[in-house]
Design a protein around this ligand. Structure first.
Ligand SMILES: [Zn+2]
Length: 303
C-alpha cells in the first residue's frame, strides 16, 4: 500500500500523520517543540516522528511515497529551505528538504504552514471542490493562501497570500514586520487584545473582548466593530484582486460565536468590494480546526 506522511512543524508542537494515498489519516503522533534548540533539535524531533511513521507504514505492509512538511515560517519553496522561524530561534536557512530526503530516502516537499493550511482546507475541508478561494488564518497573527484556477498561488518568492501584511491604515500601529498599519497589526488576536485594553482602560486579551462584547459591553462591541471593519477592508482588497468564490476563515478567531464575528464580517465585506464580486462570495469557517496543520502537510505530500 502506498502511503504519505505529513508533518506540521509548529512553534509549540510537531505533529506527524501517516495517511493513505488519497489523504485518509491512519496514524498520528506528536512531539513538543524544543523552542530554543533551533534546527538541530527540530530535525531530531522530525526524525523521530518520521521513523515512527515509516515503521508504522511498514507494519501495515506499505511504503511511504512522499513526505510533506508544513513549516511555521517563510520557506524558499524551490530550494526546500526553511528561511527562519518567527517564534523559535536557530532555523535560519535550514535545508529541510535535502536533509530529510538524504536521511529517509523519500521525496520531500517543504512549504510554509499557511500554504499547507490552504491546501488542506481545499482538499479536505471547507474548500472541497472550490477552485477559486482565499484562506485566511487569524490567530495571534494573520496568514493566508490563495487557490486560483485550481492551483496554489505562490508568487515570485512564495509570499503570495500574505494578507496579514496588506496595509489597511497608513498611520496604524507598528506590525511585527516593522511596517505600519498592516491588517495583522489591526485585526489579529494580539491586536484585538491591544485595542480592547485601550478602549476598556485595563489589560484584556482578545478572548475577553469577545466575551465582554457577547455580554453587551458597548466598549468591547465598539472594538470588534472597528476590527471587523479593518478586516473587511483587507479582505476587500484581496477580493478585488482575486475574485474568489469562497473565503475560508481559520485560526483561533474562527471559533468566535458567529453573531460576534463571521456574521458582521459577511455584512461588512460588500462595502469594500464590487457588488458583483460580493454577491457570489461565500465566507465560511475552516473545517479542519486543530488538524489543519498536519492535514495541510498531508495535502502538500499529495501535491
Ligand atoms: Zn506587517
Amino acid at each position: 500500500m502506498e502511503t504519505l506522511i505529513g508533518i506540521d512543524v509548529g512553534n509549540t508542537n510537531l505533529t506527524g500523520a501517516l495517511a493513505t494515498a488519497d489523504g485518509k489519516p491512519l496514524h498520528k503522533t506528536r512531539r513538543q517543540s524544543d523552542r530554543f534548540g533551533g534546527a538541530a533539535a527540530g530535525l531530531r524531533l522530525i526524525g523521530e516522528i518520521l521513523t515512527e511513521l515509516q515503521e508504522r507504514a511498514k507494519r501495515e505492509g506499505g511504503y511511504v511515497r512522499r513526505i510533506g512538511v508544513g513549516f511555521g515560517g517563510p520557506v524558499d519553496f524551490p530550494r526546500g529551505l526553511a528561511l527562519l522561524s518567527h517564534q523559535n530561534p536557530g532555523w535560519e536557512n535550514t535545508p529541510l528538504r535535502d536533509e530529510l530526503q538524504k536521511r529517509f530516502g523519500v521525496p520531500v516537499v517543504v512549504d510554509n504552514d499557511a500554504n499547507a493550511g490552504t491546501l488542506g482546507e481545499w482538499r479536505f475541508g471547507a474548500g472541497r471542490g472550490v477552485d477559486e478561494l482565499l484562506y485566511v488564518n487569524i490567530g495571534t497573527g494573520i496568514g493566508g493562501g490563495v487557490i486560483a484556477n485550481g492551483q496554489l498561488v505562490r508568487g515570485a518568492q512564495n509570499l503570495a497570500g500574505e494578507i496579514g501584511h496588506i496595509i489597511v491604515r497608513r498611520d496604524g500601529p507598528v506590525c511585527t514586520c516593522r511596517k505600519r498599519g498592516c491588517l495583522e497589526a489591526c485585526a489579529a488576536g494580539a491586536a484585538i487584545g491591544r485595542r480592547g485594553s485601550e478602549a476598556l482602560g485595563r489589560p484584556v486579551d482578545g478572548k475577553e473582548v469577545f466575551a465582554l462584547a457577547g455580554k453587551g459591553d458597548p466598549a468591547a462591541q465598539g472594538v470588534l466593530r472597528d476590527v471587523i471593519e479593518d478586516l473587511a477592508h483587507g479582505l476587500g482588497i484581496a477580493v478585488g484582486l482575486l475574485n474568489p468564490a469562497l473565503i475560508i476563515i481559520g485560526g483561533g478567531l474562527s471559533e468566535a460565536p458567529p453573531p460576534l464575528f463571521l456574521d458582521p464580517l459577511r455584512r461588512a465585506l460588500p462595502r469594500y468590494c464590487l457588488d458583483a464580486a460580493a454577491a457570489k462570495l461565500r465566507v465560511e469557517r475552516a473545517q479542519l480546526g486543530y488538524d489543519a496543520g498536519v492535514m495541510g502537510a498531508v495535502a502538500l505530500a499529495m501535491s
